[in-house]
Every structure is written in C-alpha cells, then in structure tokens.
Design a protein around this ligand. Structure first.
Ligand SMILES: [Zn+2]
Length: 541
C-alpha cells in the first residue's frame, strides 16, 4: 500500500498514473471552516502526492454535494481553458469538518507534460488546422452509423481534452442519439453514442453507447398459480406455495435499476421499484411483483411476434402502470398508448393472460390506429386479446382450462369450475347471439380463431391472425375480418387454408353460406320467419 507525504491515510494507487486514486481511513482534525475551504487546504497538502500543481491552478471548483455522509466537494481539471474529460477529484468531508475520503482521477504532471509538448509542437508548425464544431459533428454522425430511416440528433458537441492513452488530447466530445423508426423493417434498438473526435486528425478516439441493456433476475407466475398448480381452490387470500413461482431472466433491461427495456417500461407506475443490482425476485406480497409480471410477459410475447416475422408491431417500450385503478378492470389507452392494470379481486397484473389480453389491444391499435370504431370491431378486439392469451399459454394449461382465459383472475368472481373470465369454445353464432356488449360478442370472434387454431395449428393461425389486422380498417367488422384472413392466407400460404377458414366462418354465420342461398348460419329465427311471411305475402296468400 502506497504512502502519502501530506496525510496519514490508506491509499489505492491509480492504475495508470500510479498516483493515489482512492484515499481512505484519513487521520485529520475536524474543522469549523466551510467544506470547500477544508477541501482546498487538504488538496494543497497532498498536491505533491497527486503530482498536480501545488497552487491548484489546474483545478476548477465544480460543486458541493450534501448527503447523509456529509459534504462532497468536486473539482474538475482544466487545461488551456478547456475541461479534461473524466479528470475529477472528490473530497469527502464529514459533519465535523473532517476529511475522511478522497477519490482522485486527475491527470498527473508527467502526462500533462506530454500534452503541453503536443500543443507546443502544433503551435510551432504551420499545421494549425483544427476541426470545426460542424466538421466534428459530421464525423461523429458518420461514426454513429445510423441505419436508413433512423432519426439522428446531436445532443452535445463541445471542445475538451480527452485522456487518450492517459494523455489529454484536444478533442470534440459529441453525443449522437439514433432512434429507429417505429415501423422499421428490422427490430433495432435506439442508441446514444458518446464519442471523442480528435480535433486535429478527426480520428474517433473513443465511442460507446450510453444506453446499456442488461439482463436482470425476476420471479413470475407463468401464467398464473391456478394453471401452474392445476388448483382451482386458490383464491386472492390463499397462501400461494413457492411452486407457483418461476424464476426468469428479465432481458435487456436498461441501466439505471428500473424495470424498463426495449419493449416495456413501468415508468407510469407510481413509486416504481429500483434495484441497481437488477435482482427483481419478488413474490406477490411485494407490489413490485406486478412490475416484473408485466415486463416479463409483454417482453416475451413481443419477442415471439418478432420471431414470427412481425418486426414492426409495437416494437418500442409500452408504458405500463401496474396498479393505476382500484376496480377489477384494466385498460389500454389509445390516446396515451399505455396500459393500466386494476387491483380489484386478484390484481389483474398477476394473471399473465389478462396482461396478454390488454397487450392485444395495444397490438391491434398499433397495427390499425383507432381500430374498433364499430361495435363488431370492438368485439373483434376483445376476441383477439382472448385468443392471443389462450393460444400463447395453451400448451402449459390443464386440458379443461385451455379454451378459457383468466382462470386466476376469475377466482374472485366466477362461479364456474374451473373459474374463467371468458371462453373460446362457445357455440355462439352470428348474428343471433350478438348482445351488443363487446366482451360477450368477442366470444363469437375468439371462438372462430380458436377453431382455426385447432384446424391449422398454432403457428399458422397466430401468424394469419396478426397479419390480417394489416388488412383491416378502423371501422371493420366480422365479415371483413373473415375475408381479410382469407386474403392474408392467399398472401402468406398461397391460399392453401382458404376452405378451412371459410368453413369456420360459414358455420358461425359470419360468412354467408353459399349452399343456403347466401343465408347465414346464425340468422335469428324471427328474422327468418319475418322473411318467410314477407315472401308469402308477396305470393298473394
Ligand atoms: Zn379487453
């Protein structure tokens, strides 16, 4: 361990300059002077150890930060009137005016000598040309390598010295943000490049992305305890056994310790959880459990969409408020483009099927902005969300729960066995079973999609269902939806599933039955009678 001449303390040396980097266990007297005065006096004492000018003329006072530990006095090193990037020293002074810790990243004199020599050499030669701010900016944008269509924004561009191999080198510090378009062809991430451009040569001395994506640890229900344990006796107040939980990886979290990544952010959740170690293994008794639920399930579903080839469907972070309403309901807001979950009964964000249902609304609104203007469109939206959830989790569900959704959520209100929010295997027909309520009527649509899944398999059906949304308009209804599925199949599968699709929609009454002179399977009886009477009247009875 190195020794200091100016102070009694322990020291860790700087890896490059070999000067004291970390100074701790300092033996000093307390003082009634201001923290800044105390810090300055200390720095003068150890300037020789730090190998900086003893008059501190290279340092510029930055600020005093007050914390629970006392006052932290910060200085930055300057050369020729310009800041040296990353060259800082912090003096920590406790409440009794005692310096107890110092953190030093200043450039030592031997390295500064090299900088002065380079400056002098440049001044002596005719080669005095320096990059202008706009030349530096252009080079940095080129180095950021934005893809076609990316929005590019320079958020900082300043002249400074950059410690290149430890030697301060006159540079431009440029920060360039690149943002892929929301409907780009490929799944790309935004970047925030911080770069140092050599002011003389134009070389990029350093470049790194300030946006970091890192995996975290999480614990979730997948999809919920009723399904996982095949136990319909569980209720909101039951003690949920450990076996109901699954440990998962939370992929690509941004640095900062919050739950946010490329496809989900909980930024609209009040007092959201922060864990800089990215360990988010909670249980349902912790409110943050729901943040983990929405992150994991939406992130996984979005990646599933991308694997199917949908790279431009809601490919950006959706804001989620995990408990923004106290009733037993949740919603997607088409104006704010965010999700809010309710806490009545079993909290909605504790059931992955409810999460996927709500995300389904967001998907559809992203594909067809304003979708659901007609009441049938609204029903298609509900039916699609139910299908999305049921289809995604079908493989892990007990047989009797497969054609239902929300088995955990529904323990709070359903009298059925197993409890469910809605079914996908109703025998409802169109139009006779329309009730004018979007969720009820959505069971007609989801039943069609569910039958298609049975006929064509999961992968083909999910792909057709997502793809056909691109062919819909905001006021589309059931029949247009059925025809769009057929059109999507022509496009994707050369129409090989057309008869299977027609068969489903004809039996449900959504498409007219050509074998029955275009009548619908679900035509209401009184409408048929009405028609017969009219006809018989016409025949002069
Ligand atoms: Zn809904």
């Amino acid at each position: 361990m190195a020794k200091l001449r100016g102070l009694t303390a322990k020291v860790e040396p700087h890896h490059r300059y070999k000067t004291p980097h970390q100074i701790y266990d300092i033996k000093t007297q307390g003082s009634g002077k201001s923290p800044r005065k105390i810090a300055e006096a200390t720095l003068k004492k150890i300037a020789g150890d730090l190998k900086i000018k003893p008059d501190l003329s290279q340092l510029k006072f930055d600020k005093v930060r007050e914390t629970i530990l006392g006052s932290h006095v910060l200085y930055q090193q300057y050369h020729a009137g310009k800041p040296i990037s990353g060259a800082w020293i912090r003096v920590d002074v406790d409440k009794d005016g005692r310096v107890f810790n110092i953190h030093n990243d200043l450039v030592s004199e031997p390295a500064m000598v090299k900088t002065r020599k380079a400056d002098a050499k440049r001044a002596a030669t005719t080669e005095t040309k320096q990059l202008s701010a706009s030349e530096a900016k252009a080079l940095a944008i080129e180095a950021a390598a934005p893809a076609k269509g990316d929005a590019v924004r320079v958020v900082q561009n300043e002249s400074c010295y950059y410690k290149h191999n430890g030697v301060p080198t006159l540079s431009w510090k440029v920060i360039v943000k690149t943002t892929p378009p929301r409907s780009g062809a490929k799944a790309r991430r935004p970047a925030e490049w911080k770069m140092y451009v050599d002011a003389r040569t134009g070389a990029i001395l350093d470049k790194h992305n300030l946006l970091r994506f890192i995996d975290g640890k999480g614990r979730v229900f997948d999809p919920n305890p009723v399904v996982t344990l095949n136990d319909t006796s569980l209720e909101d107040y039951s003690k949920i056994p450990d076996k109901a939980y699954t440990e998962v990886v939370l992929r690509d979290l941004k640095k900062g310790g919050f739950i946010e990544g490329p496809f989900v952010t909980t930024k609209t959740t009040r007092n959201r959880v922060k864990r800089t170690n990215r360990d988010f293994r909670f249980k349902r008794t912790d409110r943050a459990f729901k943040e983990v639920m929405v992150y994991f399930h939406i992130d996984r579903l979005q990646r599933h969409l991308q694997e199917m080839g949908f790279n431009n469907v809601l490919n950006h972070p959706i804001p989620v408020n995990i408990d923004g309403q106290s009733d037993d309901n949740s919603h997607y807001s088409p104006s704010d483009k965010d999700l809010t979950f309710g806490t009545g009964g079993v909290d909605d964000a504790e059931d992955a099927e409810i999460i996927l249902h709500e995300y389904g609304h967001a998907i559809q609104d992203n594909q067809v902005p304003g979708f659901g203007q007609s009441s049938e469109g609204g029903a298609m939206g509900e039916g699609f969300g139910d299908f999305l959830a049921a289809s995604f989790f079908s493989d892990v569900k007990p047989k009797n729960m497969k054609p239902t959704v929300g088995n955990w959520d529904a323990t709070a209100y359903s009298g059925a066995e197993p409890p469910f929010l809605r079914r996908l295997d109703s025998n409802k027909q169109y139009p006779k079973d329309l009730r004018g309520e979007v969720h009820d009527d959505g069971e007609i649509w989801s039943a069609c999609l569910w039958e298609l899944r049975a006929a064509l398999g999961r992968a083909t059906t999910e792909k057709l269902v997502i793809a056909h949304h691109f062919l819909l308009a905001r006021d589309s209804g059931f029949e247009e939806g059925a025809n769009a599925l057929i059109a999507a199949d022509k496009n994707l599968n050369k129409g090989e599933n057309e008869s299977a699709i027609r068969d489903v929609f004809v039996r449900r009454g959504i498409l007219p039955n050509p074998k029955r002179r275009g009548k619908r399977a679900g035509q209401p009886f009184d409408e048929i009678r009405h028609g017969v009477r009219k006809k018989s009247n016409g025949h002069g009875k």
